[in-house]
Design a protein around this ligand. Structure first.
Ligand SMILES: [Zn+2]
Length: 318
């Protein structure tokens, strides 16, 4: 059996570890809640424990890929900036993991890894140019141009979540105002809903029944309430989709991709989110790129660790 690659996807909430075949098939999978406060050294030990156990069970890997939520210095294998993994910046991930595993490795932005994973395993026709957006707590992105992952000058390419869609808009976790993430990240969507609920005390009855304690409100509740006919929840998705459409239209105009693919939990809102995006695309008078692009979802929940493993494999030349 050809050797697999190990891939890790470390997000702000969960870490997933996989052994992945050359074609992107998950052979083994393990996950644990990320504990950012425990620090990167603790994270490393937990990952190593899993991989050493797998090795003892005969699962061999020829490379190792690590996807991290934040601005990754691809050359040095460190994080420059990471709102979701506070205190992890500067830690020498590539050096420390390499010392323990003795495998060729890559450290990659988690959204780049997820978009690459979705590209290889889910987009069967392999379009030449793809813009991928991961919608979750944070909003990340990855760009595939002419069939290759595009990292840009500093490895920061594809940070679509921090392109700005409002001049002096809502605050974003990165510190700026008006970023796309501030409207379409989990916290942005919930903020929109809370604002509407406060402004219209009599509305959103279905949503209020569904979530008696609004402190626990999530985008998932808003999807369920929208499906049950809640007008306020539907309006939240309209507003969210419009902002997403605005942000994506800018990227489509700049890059003229074949495909825009949405990944991550919020993308499961399906047509509630996609319909307003499509409408924004069609309302733009400059139509060529926006009519050409196909808009869809990729729902491989393991795309992040699969992509990290596949990128490591490629980097190692196997
Ligand atoms: Zn931002």
């Amino acid at each position: 059996m050809p050797e697999s690659a190990f891939g890790v996807d470390a997000g702000g909430t969960f870490t997933k570890i996989a052994a992945v075949s050359g074609r992107g098939k998950v052979l083994r999978l393990e996950e644990f809640p990320t504990d950012p406060a425990a620090g990167p050294g603790d994270f490393l030990e937990r990952v190593i424990r899993v991989l050493e156990l797998w090795r003892r069970h005969g699962i061999k890997a020829s490379s190792f890929g690590l996807g991290l939520a934040g601005d990754v210095d691809h050359e040095r294998g460190t994080l420059r900036l990471t709102p979701n993994l506070p205190g992890w910046q500067g830690y020498p991930f590539a050096k420390e993991f390499h010392q323990r595993l003795r495998l060729p490795m890559v450290v990659e932005n988690d959204a780049n890894a997820a978009v690459w994973g979705a590209y290889v395993t889910q987009l069967e026709r392999r379009p030449r140019s793809v813009v991928g957006v991961t919608l979750g707590t944070g909003v990340g992105g990855g760009l595939i141009i002419d069939g290759r992952l595009y990292r840009g000058a500093t490895g920061t390419a594809g940070e679509i979540g921090h392109t700005r869609v409002a001049a002096s808009g809502e605050p974003c976790h990165c510190g700026a105002r008006g970023c796309l993430e501030a409207y379409v990240g989990n916290y942005g969507i919930v903020r929109t809903a809370r604002k509407l609920l406060r402004a219209r005390p009599g509305s959103g009855r279905i949503l209020r029944r569904l979530v008696p304690d609004l402190k626990t409100l999530t985008p998932k509740h808003l999807k369920v309430a929208a499906q049950r006919g809640d007008a306020l929840s539907r309006e939240v998705w309209e507003r969210t989709g419009e902002m997403l459409g605005l942000g994506l239209a800018n990227v489509v105009m700049a890059l003229n991709p074949d495909t825009v693919v949405l990944l991550g939990g919020v993308s499961r809102a399906g047509h509630w989110l996609l319909d307003p995006v499509k409408r924004v695309f069609l309302e733009h008078p400059f139509q060529t790129a926006l009519r050409h692009v196909s808009l869809g979802r990729a729902d491989n929940p393991n795309a992040g660790c699969v992509g990290a493993a596949l990128l490591a494999r490629e980097g190692a030349g196997r």
